[in-house]
Design a protein around this ligand. Structure first.
Ligand SMILES: [Zn+2]
Ligand SMILES: [Zn+2]
Length: 102
């Protein structure tokens, strides 16, 4: 699991944590303080470097409109939802993260 951050929330001006919002590949960006989810646009997704070769992946969507990162060098596609924690894991980890990062 990796922690990816989207746009800043309007309530705290902190980058929102991207989490899997429900099973099936959808992601949302959640306020790191309140956990309130918001939709995330493709443009708000951070850059992702291929774990294999370091190439900066292209952001896109698959047939189910799940966001994806595609490495053109390896011809591999990863779903953003497969990289980030499920939202309920985030809430369990939240106290720990709050101490460490904020
Ligand atoms: Zn906030
Ligand atoms: Zn690659």
């Amino acid at each position: 699991m990796v922690h990816l951050y989207g746009a800043k929330c309007s309530c705290h001006s902190k980058p929102s944590l991207i989490v899997q919002s429900r099973k099936g590949g959808q992601v949302s960006q959640n306020c790191v303080v309140t956990g309130i989810p918001r939709k995330i646009t493709l443009e708000q997704l951070p850059e992702w470097k291929c774990e294999n070769c370091g190439y900066i992946c292209e952001k896109g969507q698959d047939h189910y409109s799940s966001y994806t990162y595609k490495c053109h060098q390896c011809n591999m596609t990863v779903k953003v939802a497969d990289l980030v924690p499920f939202w309920s894991e985030y809430f369990e980890e939240y106290g720990f993260d709050a101490k460490r990062e904020y």
